[in-house]
Design a protein around this ligand. Structure first.
Ligand code: SOE
Length: 387
């Protein structure tokens, strides 16, 4: 297969993470296809130029439209704020480019449907960057479940807790603005847990949620704002998205679950986690201890029964391709690199990647149902995709 050229749109924190991942994937895993990190794009020319130099791209540009129409671009990597995902992804897919898109996939279900339709039209490979599902310990949880080692699943208890939003003096970045983000905590981090729950348990049938905004006003940012950090101005603005969502879930396979997400939980920095209780055992995962999977099996000897820890290493999924000794420590970039490996492998094998735009659309449906339930207080059924 010919070498494929990548155009990365967005030079912020995610642009940096994807740049490292695309640089190291051939070293870590052996590239399933050869790629060249060709162009990096930012509307700010100085940022684009600096990023090209620092992140190692051959060229830079300031308008994504010029870049995705180029015949020498094969893969478009979208690392921009949420409101630009749909226009870039639709144009890229229609131009026949494979698309990696940061999460959440879209601002609305309608946008996600249009993105999926565009990708289906040209048959390009798509992936949504729900990166945490690629964590070897989480994939180990999936292996244990698939092999029936905890029996039938009874309940799923998920959460994603952060604290960068808890301080009211934190500026009103695009992540607190519905017009740019679509939703708040739910879209930003809740969708990662929804992705994990779909992967590990199955499809959501219906949800019932409490959705709240705790800090209705924040200082406007001073200058361009990249992510959870940045300077504040003295002017205040209205927050029109959720700070927290507490959701009860009925899965289509009869499992029950809950998900709690908030960015206002002091002391919890990036705590995506879950417990899964089955008829023959339990599994517990906490991303802040991402090298560890805690397990308890009903068949363990009674006098030594209880949770114990599996440390990620060569015996867990993907571990043989990373570091040779369990407990050496896998990290964020290892996971981003696995994500990119899986995407490139799907392109090389001409198959679909996971999670792809169909998964992303289903996650948008679930998120929209949670917000609707938060408004009307009812259980809301979730439309299922046709097979
Ligand atoms: C901010 O909450 C953020 O950067 C999210 O947008 C990411 O998806 C999460 O992985 C880390 O926190």
């Amino acid at each position: 297969m010919k070498k494929l050229n990548v155009a990365l749109i967005g030079t912020g924190f995610m642009g940096k993470a994807h740049s490292i991942a695309t640089a190291v994937v051939p070293i870590l895993f052996g590239a399933p296809i050869e790629i060249e990190r060709k162009v990096i794009v930012d509307i700010d020319e100085e940022l684009a130029r600096n990023a090209a130099h620092q992140y190692g791209f051959a060229e830079y540009a300031t308008d994504w439209r010029d870049v995705i129409s180029r015949p020498d671009i094969d893969i478009v990597d979208i690392c921009t704020p949420n409101d630009t995902h749909a226009p870039i992804a639709i144009a890229a897919a229609k131009a026949g480019k494979h698309v990696m898109c940061e999460k959440p996939m879209a601002m609305t279900v309608a946008d996600a449907e249009a993105m999926l339709a565009a990708a289906r039209e040209t048959g390009v490979v798509t992936m949504v960057s729900y990166n945490y599902r690629h964590t070897p310990a989480l994939q180990m949880a999936k292996r244990l479940i698939d092999e029936g080692r905890i029996g039938d699943i009874l309940t799923f208890r998920g959460h994603y807790l952060q604290d960068w939003g808890a301080d009211p003096s934190k500026p009103l970045s695009w992540r607190f603005n519905k017009a740019q983000a679509g939703s708040g905590t739910l879209g930003d981090i809740g969708t990662h847990v929804i992705d994990a729950a779909r992967l590990l348990v199955g499809e959501f049938a219906s949800v019932n949620a409490i959705v709240k905004t705790f800090i209705p006003e924040r200082p406007l940012p001073a200058g361009r704002f990249f992510g959870p950090s940045g300077a504040a101005s003295s002017e205040m603005g209205k927050v029109d998205v959720d700070d927290a969502a507490l959701t009860m879930i009925k899965f289509t396979n009869g499992v029950y679950g809950t998900i709690e997400v908030t960015r206002n939980a002091w002391g919890h920095h990036n705590q995506l986690g879950f417990e899964i209780h089955g008829t023959r055992g339990s599994i517990a995962f906490d991303y802040q201890r991402l090298n560890e999977l805690r397990v308890a099996f009903a068949d363990d000897p009674a006098d030594a029964f209880g949770f114990r820890t599996i440390y990620s290493g060569p015996n867990q999924p993907f571990g043989d391709k990373l570091w040779p000794v369990a407990g050496m420590g896998q990290g964020y970039i290892d996971i981003k690199s696995i994500e990119w490996y899986n995407f490139l492998k799907a392109i090389a094998d001409n198959t679909s990647a996971a999670p792809n735009f169909a998964d992303g659309l289903q996650i948008e449906r679930i998120a929209e149902a949670i917000l609707a339930s938060g408004e009307n207080g009812n259980w809301v059924n979730i439309e299922q995709s046709a097979a």
